[in-house]
Ligand binder design. Sequence first.
Ligand SMILES: Nc1nc2c(c(=O)[nH]1)N[C@H]1C(S)=C(S)[C@@H](COP(=O)(O)OP(=O)(O)OC[C@H]3O[C@@H](n4cnc5c(=O)[nH]c(N)nc54)[C@H](O)[C@@H]3O)O[C@H]1N2
Ligand SMILES: Nc1nc2c(c(=O)[nH]1)N[C@H]1C(S)=C(S)[C@@H](COP(=O)(O)OP(=O)(O)OC[C@H]3O[C@@H](n4cnc5c(=O)[nH]c(N)nc54)[C@H](O)[C@@H]3O)O[C@H]1N2
Ligand code: SF4
Ligand SMILES: [Mo]
Length: 891
Amino acid sequence: MKHHDTPADSIATTCPYCGVGCGVLAAPGHVEGDHQHPANGGRLCVKGSALHETLEDTSRLLVPKVAGYEVTWEEAIDRVAGAISDSVREHGAESVAFYLSGQLLTEDYYIANKLAKGFIGTPHVDTNSRLCMSSAVAAHKRAFGEDCVPGCYEDLELADLLVLAGSNAAWAHPVLYQRMSAARRQGRRVVVIDPRKTATADLADLHLQLRPGTDTLLFNGLLVWLHDHGALAEDYLAEHCNGFEETLAIARSCAPSVQAVARGCDLAVEEVECFYQWFADTGRTVTAFSQGINQSVAGTDKANAIINCHLATGRVGRPGASPFSLTGQPNAMGGREVGGLANTLAAHMDYDTPGALLRVSDFWHSEKMARGPGHKAVDLFEAVHRGEIRVLWVMGTNPAVSLPGSERIHQALSRCQTLIVSDCVAQTDTTQFADILLPAAGWGEKDGTVTNSERRISRQRRFLPLPEQVRPDWQIIRDVACSLGHAHAFDYTCPADIFREHAVLSGYGNGGERVFNISALSQLSNQEYDELAPVQWPVTEGNPGAWLQTRRLFGHGQFPTPDGRARLVPVSSLPPGQLPGPRYPLVVNTGRIRDQWHTMTRTALAPRLFAHRSEPFIELHPADIAGFGLIEGALAVLRGPGNAGYVGRVRGSTGQRTGEVFVPIHWNGRFASSALASSLIRPVVDPISGQPEGKHGVATIRPLVTRWQARLLLRDPRLASLDHTALAYWSCQRLPHSHGWWFAGGHEMNWREWGQRCFSREPELVMEDRARQRYRAAWLSGDRLDAVLLVEPCVQTMPDLDWLDSCFGKGELASEQRRSLLAAGTVEGEASGPIVCSCFGVGENQIAQAIEQGMASPEALGEQLKCGTNCGSCLPEIRDLLARTGAREPA
Ligand SMILES: Nc1nc2c(c(=O)[nH]1)N[C@H]1C(S)=C(S)[C@@H](COP(=O)(O)OP(=O)(O)OC[C@H]3O[C@@H](n4cnc5c(=O)[nH]c(N)nc54)[C@H](O)[C@@H]3O)O[C@H]1N2
Ligand SMILES: Nc1nc2c(c(=O)[nH]1)N[C@H]1C(S)=C(S)[C@@H](COP(=O)(O)OP(=O)(O)OC[C@H]3O[C@@H](n4cnc5c(=O)[nH]c(N)nc54)[C@H](O)[C@@H]3O)O[C@H]1N2
Ligand code: SF4
Ligand SMILES: [Mo]
């Protein structure tokens, strides 16, 4: 269904951000939710709604480069192929590695995997999904025999008890969260398990704010409790599962009583009992889990502890009853399907799947098949550091930011003999190390498929022209394969060719052992592929019901294991890899914020996505703010073992447990002086999945002593060459009409000289007030504003900048505007305050004012101000504001 204002040329495609996989109707300069798409039914979150604002090309990588020089594609492909073949000849195939991404399309992913494992013969192909879903993958395999999510999105709505473990879905899977909250109105219960009181916890009837890393204890305790209260599905266990007795015995040794669980998890006995009772009482229970479970040295065990409880109650793959791993990236699933992880082969076959190596090599007509599993991400970069891997090709991921132990990753990247990076953005923390840069097509410019969290394959379709020198990833890989002499196996002319081959392989030698089977799609014509409607796998001819029952898997209790039975896995409760102590007394939790995507290469282009959080920050409990001598709103430095420090603004939050801090994963060297969350995380990994413990670093904190804070607004960053030396802190953000910087420093600055250095000229307007330690300057070109600099002794006295920013939107400044320029803050109208609703730019002060005028519910506020009426992801904050002001929602 298109709206009246939907441009006639809009194309149905899929959002490139999270694993919800929302359908989008897109045209140049326009996006809206696709009502036909089953994932979102027309909804989009704020990131999805801002997609069209991220499609400019000032930051794009537009031409291939070798050693910093622009080259032709022919030369670039030659250099890549040359580096690979030289390295294979001199140092063996294992000296070459690929590091891929859950943001590649399935077709890109498939041929990268085929080239590496089948034709170069290197097993060292891993992906950022290692940091994301690998614990869930390993847990699925242990429990079910294959990496399958049994449920579908509808189950999140059908569940009478919804448990969210280590998931901040309100911010990370917003459209699913909306579907879940809508279902809540029909009177079901929600339990959130998270050490932080997140926006998601706002939806909860019970928030278990447990000690980080103790989820296995909680779920082991649940298994014991269910057993002792006769709440297990004895028949299901007897008929469909193995391993129950051993699992129960281990669980009991960890969690002998509710009291022991409560003590270990730092929860009240009543809270634990309440959760256990609800779980026992509610047949329709879904436990959705995400990175608070996966990113741990015991992530696989944690996921299995959850799945154990679902198996023991027979709640797997039934309507409203299932464990549910929420996938992060738009195509993390597709990557798992093609075998992009180092321990997998292709089409859900592993190296140790009987006959698989021969089958795949036969199917590919492979000339040189990798023989066994390769290095997982953290080990792979260690091998680069040691010089064993000499050629590394990174595609669609930014490891300099996202891998733990950043300093060592940066060393590895700079030591690497030949680092090849395919990205659509020119300057990232990773591209700065590249020897060869390949400009890849971005969202809207490429065609292919992605698979979302509920196994649904959707098309991403092109609706923008391809910049002249930019190519889709599959084409780049194909050309390198051809240049390496494998043209016969890589003669693809379009993504549909690749998709069909992938679909054939999924059914090849598959007598029903492998659930992942999309062989019914292997005969699609190009046009049918183009028109492919979103479809959930498996998609097989003849007997689709073999595994699939009403869009769910395993509902009949049959599993793809040798004996057809599921496995409960005995798991003991292990502590995190690093524990706080006197030197590093704080636990560092890292994660996502609502409006940014990962390393910000795309979301940072949309000014409104900075409105919610505009700077790197450190969130901690007010008691810790006092205890560590910090000031809310001022800057502080977090320092962990062997890191250079993370600098961010202090945010107080009673939702944070004491002794724990939360930092966002998004800021990096492109956007701030020192705000790499991964530098606070040591590369300790889960021994089974290899997933690093991204949620549990240790650190100490101290105030960053500054003498001044400054704001610089620039019409165009090319107007100045900013000198960052002598600044203790900087970070930058897009504003609607200008580019903004925050600066802070501990040394006396000569601003006149600094301005001269950056702008090569004196400012046209200056206001200096030494007594108040204030300096303000403006640079103009004629009547047009180029830049404004405001220096204050502290951030609290900094004026509201909306008006100043708006001056950059005006062509010419009237003389009274020129006069008020340096008196900024004392201007027109009341400031809206910190932005709460990014979709409509509604601020806290506006909402507070409306509440004062009697708007007593989110609905009333929405009607008045529109806040919360688009994506709804600010509703938790709006409710919070209502609660704080004492306004009560009518029941
Ligand atoms: N806005 C936005 N959305 C995104 C992304 C993004 O970058 N931005 N990225 C996407 C990707 S790739 C992913 S993987 C998903 C991730 O989605 P989520 O996993 O929901 O997001 P995170 O913020 O990483 O972490 C979730 C929660 O785990 C909690 N946690 C930490 N330690 C523990 C623990 O020991 N136990 C429990 N139970 N919880 C713990 C954290 O406090 C945090 O609130 O988000 C996807 N969606
Ligand atoms: N401490 C800590 N670390 C974490 C996490 C955490 O919670 N805490 N989360 C982890 C998780 S779950 C994830 S998924 C990772 C994410 O971390 P990354 O994958 O490193 O982050 P992105 O910013 O998504 O990187 C994607 C890159 O691909 C580029 N790109 C976009 N589209 C295309 C395309 O079509 N082709 C090509 N070739 N390039 C493209 C983008 O410009 C960008 O540079 O971070 C992980 N690291
Ligand atoms: S929830 Fe938001 S980010 Fe995720 S797919 Fe949908 S629109 Fe995109
Ligand atoms: Mo992820």
